[in-house]
Design a protein around this ligand. Structure first.
Ligand SMILES: Nc1ncnc2c1ncn2[C@@H]1O[C@H](COP(=O)(O)OP(=O)(O)OP(=O)(O)O)[C@@H](O)[C@H]1O
Ligand SMILES: [Mg+2]
Length: 397
């Protein structure tokens, strides 16, 4: 058995995944277990992996959030429900899973409704029968008639007690096998109050921006994005996507060129490595102590609930002790609450689960400002992009 550890958390180590993945085609294992193999892989790496898995004749188990990969290669999706703590299996790809998952939820609701009705009926019948047992008072007697009457009564009571026991067993059985209903998907509702008032002049213009470190990263990047547009920035690993985002945010100086932002824009940045996130602060502190947010504690809590961070314990826990996905959601919540008109999102779909992703994407589709997102997620790109630029076309060497 060969163990290739393709699971890692640091970005640099993620980039070392490529040679590890290539080793798969040389070692030709009979069974492959892959843990989030496409995180931080660029399009070339993802396409390579996808075509490898399509050709691969052994058994592969992949833990992944990559919906396009699932659509392309999966025969069966096994979802571990956070509610029931059990696996549910769905044949086919991601789109089929989405349809089936919601059908299944409705089926479970129906089944549970039926069970609850049955339970109510059984309980009331049991109670009725029980009251009959109690109501019968056996007369004492010494003559034959009284004795025979009492015998009859005892038999009748025995029958009723048996029935009560039978029904109680059924109630217990039904209680043990109650279908667990999966709650409805979280409805992310961004607080868009006042956002419709974004200036029609809102825009971001990048003119001939170039950057080198030891070598040239990119040169002469130019584009303009206007209100209502959603630009996706793509490029292989190391092509300078983070660097460009940092230049847009004013965190890194370009060697040449300029970035101008118009229309009283507020720019919100979801960074890839969460460098800007104060990990000592809890999600609630993040919002309450942010001078750019003037919202009540109640509004903050409501917004966090909308983002799926709803446990009181999570809201009060320092973010260093929360999952990366949870931290990302609280960061996104902060950006939205700052009423940002331009969202610069670096790998926004990493670490967020399917149902949440779908609702976050649907919400982003209604965002009235500008979205500039850097992503390798082909599903996200297909769903949201109004335009795509590839940094490998800008002279990265
Ligand atoms: N502050 C810095 N000093 C020196 N080199 C840097 C610095 N920041 C980035 N680089 C280099 O610039 C190149 C582009 O890095 P960047 O992180 O922008 O790429 P990326 O496209 O976001 O990559 P990935 O897809 O892996 O996230 C890399 O070779 C990186 O090592
Ligand atoms: Mg990057």
């Amino acid at each position: 058995m060969t163990y290739l550890n393709v699971r890692s958390s640091s970005s640099a180590a993620m980039r070392r995944r490529k040679p590890l993945l290539c080793a798969l085609s040389i070692l030709k294992p009979d069974f492959i277990l892959l843990d989030e193999p496409t995180n931080h892989l660029d399009n070339i790496g993802i396409e390579w992996l996808e075509s490898f898995l399509k050709r691969y004749t052994g058994a592969a188990v992949t833990v992944t959030h990559d919906r396009s990969l699932i659509n392309a290669v999966s025969d069966i999706i096994s979802e571990l429900s956070p509610h029931t703590k059990k696996f549910a299996h769905f044949k086919g790809g991601y789109k089929h899973y989405l349809e089936e998952e919601s059908k299944r939820r409705l089926r479970l609701i129906e089944e549970r409704r039926f069970q609850d009705k049955e339970l109510k009926k059984l309980k009331s019948k049991t109670a009725q029968a029980q009251s009959r047992v109690k109501a019968r008072i056996v007369r004492s007697g010494s003559d034959r008639d009284k004795l025979s009457y009492n015998n009859k009564e005892q038999r009748a009571q025995k029958g009723i007690t048996g029935l009560v026991n039978q029904m109680s067993d059924k109630v217990e059985q039904l209680n043990d096998n109650l279908v667990e209903v999966i709650p409805e998907r979280l409805q992310v509702s961004f607080d868009f109050d006042g956002l419709s008032a974004f200036s029609s002049l809102l825009g971001i213009t990048v003119v001939e921006v170039s950057k080198s470190y030891q070598k040239q990263i990119f040169a002469n990047v130019s584009f303009t994005v206007a209100k209502g547009e959603r630009l996706i920035i793509q490029g292989p690993n190391g092509s300078g996507k983070n660097t460009l985002n940092r230049i847009l945010m004013g965190l890194t100086e370009p060697d040449h060129g300029s970035v101008s932002i118009s229309g009283n824009a507020v720019v919100g940045y979801l960074d890839q490595e969460q460098e800007n996130l104060p990990l000592e602060k809890s999600p609630l502190q993040l919002i309450e102590e942010d001078t750019k947010i003037n919202a009540s504690r109640q509004t903050a809590i409501r917004n966090f609930c909308d983002f799926g961070i709803y446990k009181w314990h999570d809201l009060k826990t320092p973010q260093k002790n929360l999952s990366v996905g949870c931290r990302r959601k609280s960061q996104l919540c902060q950006i939205i609450m700052r009423k940002s008109s331009i969202l610069v999102l670096d790998e926004p779909t990493n670490h967020i689960d399917f149902p949440n992703l779908e609702v976050i994407e649907d919400a982003l589709l209604t965002f009235p400002g500008i979205i500039i997102a850097t992503t390798h997620d082909r599903y996200f790109t297909e769903k949201l992009a109004t335009r795509v630029i590839d940094l490998s076309n800008y002279g990265s060497k």
